[in-house]
Design a protein around this ligand. Structure first.
Ligand code: ADP
Length: 432
């Protein structure tokens, strides 16, 4: 820039020197006229190149850049270099973008880029096939207009994307998709979708297998149990040891029957994870029934009490909730030594409804608490078996609660007792 200024200065300076040299020969008027002429010509040349520059800027192509003269040669040369630099970085950027799009396009999973209004910005070929989108036609369209399933719309609007969503494909009901939304940047989202049909098929096969085996075992077990009972009743003069063996055989048969029943319940719950028969439930009445059942199971070995908020009801599946509540009470009785206390409570906590079972039983060490709802997880296997446990009770409870959008909270202290609480969300509450 400074160089440029000097160059303009030197041009004007030499013009001035020329005029001063002319002055003594041709007189002051001619010298001044010469100076004015020189300055005007110089200005006109600048105007000429400025016009050229403005013209070129309307379509700035490197090939058509004017050559310029004097200081303008430098101006155009700098512009040319800058333009070349920009073109190179633009080419590099577009090729990087193209490479990224090709890599994303080759992904076996579907990928859709959504802007802050949930409109499609870009999607790969897999997403086009799986979700029935078209990158060319649907760019700029809201995703909610194109993927219309209610579960998807609820997931999109729910803003809780911690868990993926399982969705039956609208184009092919045989196909199950797993959809995960990943928020990024300024309220933008990445939608990832995966075909999990083979996994689902495998899971269905496993469920069907367990259900079928359990079903097939049920009849022979009932027959064996019935015969054992008859045999035990038939021979009055049976030796004491044989009677004892019969008793043990019967005990084991009924344990197996309970196992089979629990396995069947679990597979029934698993095969329809969301569908429940919704109805209004009078929870205090249900809890009084659970209390009576508990009292008869305990046989007056424990003190059972119930405190229920009579104005608090729920909507849900009555039979399922009865079974879940009864399961918690049965556990409290089985894991509380004789003379212990068991308190059932039904109350409001914040906006939620809570059913809790507090016992003064054996308690549970903290490291087991997180695993209690796993199938066949037992803290003490021999005690569980001795009290008729199958190891599936809490896993059934958890399934039932998930179907009711409820959660299980467990607090316990070894040797002091436990509190199992079922917490229902506000939208399940019916107040009277
Ligand atoms: P189980 O048939 O063995 O009782 P559950 O699934 O009902 O199976 O319970 C899992 C395990 O949790 C039990 O084996 C027991 O160790 C523990 N448990 C459940 N309820 C209680 C309780 N109220 N007090 C102490 N331990 C409990």
């Amino acid at each position: 820039m400074q160089d440029l200024r000097w160059r303009v200065f030197w041009v004007l300076f030499f013009l001035l020197l020329l005029c001063l040299a002319v002055w003594p020969i041709a007189g002051p008027k001619t010298a001044l006229a010469l100076f004015a002429l020189g300055v005007t010509a110089y200005l006109l040349s600048h105007l000429y190149w400025l016009e050229k520059l403005i013209l070129w800027l309307k379509n700035p192509q490197p090939a058509s850049i004017p050559l310029g003269s004097g200081v303008w040669e430098d101006v155009f040369a700098s512009l040319y270099q800058e333009l070349r630099r920009q073109t190179t970085s633009q080419t590099q950027l577009s090729s990087a973008l193209e490479r990224f799009q090709r890599a994303a396009g080759a992904l076996p999973d579907g990928m859709v880029l959504l802007n802050n209004h949930d409109q499609i910005e870009w999607c790969n070929l897999t997403a086009e096939t799986q979700l029935g989108l078209s990158h060319e036609q649907d760019a700029g369209q809201p995703i909610a207009y194109l993927v219309r399933q209610t579960e998807f719309l609820a997931y999109l609007q729910g803003h809780d994307y911690s868990e993926p969503l399982k969705l039956k494909s609208a184009r092919n009901p045989e196909v199950t998709l797993e959809i995960q939304l990943v928020p990024f940047g300024d309220n933008q989202k990445l939608l990832l979708c995966r075909d999990i049909s083979p996994l689902e098929k495998l899971e269905t096969m496993r469920r069907d297998f367990v259900a079928n085996v359990s079903h097939e075992l049920r009849t022979p077990l009932t027959v064996v149990g019935g015969f054992l009972e008859t045999l035990e009743d038939m021979d009055a003069g049976m030796p004491e040891t044989t009677r004892h063996y019969f008793h043990l055989m019967q005990e084991q048969t009924s344990r197996m029957r309970r196992l089979v029943d629990d396995l069947l319940t679990l597979s029934r719950l698993e095969s329809s994870p969301h569908a429940i028969q919704e109805a209004e439930i009078n929870v205090p009445v249900m809890l009084r029934m659970v209390l009576t059942e508990g009292q008869s199971l305990s046989g007056s070995h424990h003190r059972l009490t119930l405190e229920a908020d009579e104005s608090l009801n729920l909507t849900g599946a009555s039979e399922e909730l009865h079974s879940a509540f009864a399961n918690l009470v049965t556990n409290a009785i089985r894991y509380t030594p004789d003379g212990g206390e068991i308190q059932l409570s039904w109350y409001r906590r914040g906006g939620e409804a809570v059913f809790s079972v507090r016992d003064t039983g054996i308690g549970i060490e903290p490291q087991h608490l997180g695993r209690l709802t796993e199938r066949f997880y037992r803290v003490d296997s021999s005690r569980s078996r001795a009290t008729g446990g199958t190891g599936l009770g809490l896993s059934i409870v958890k399934h039932i609660l998930t179907r009711h959008q409820a959660r299980l909270e467990v607090e316990s202290e070894l040797g002091k007792g436990s509190v199992f609480s079922v917490v229902f969300p506000a939208d399940r509450i019916v107040s009277i």
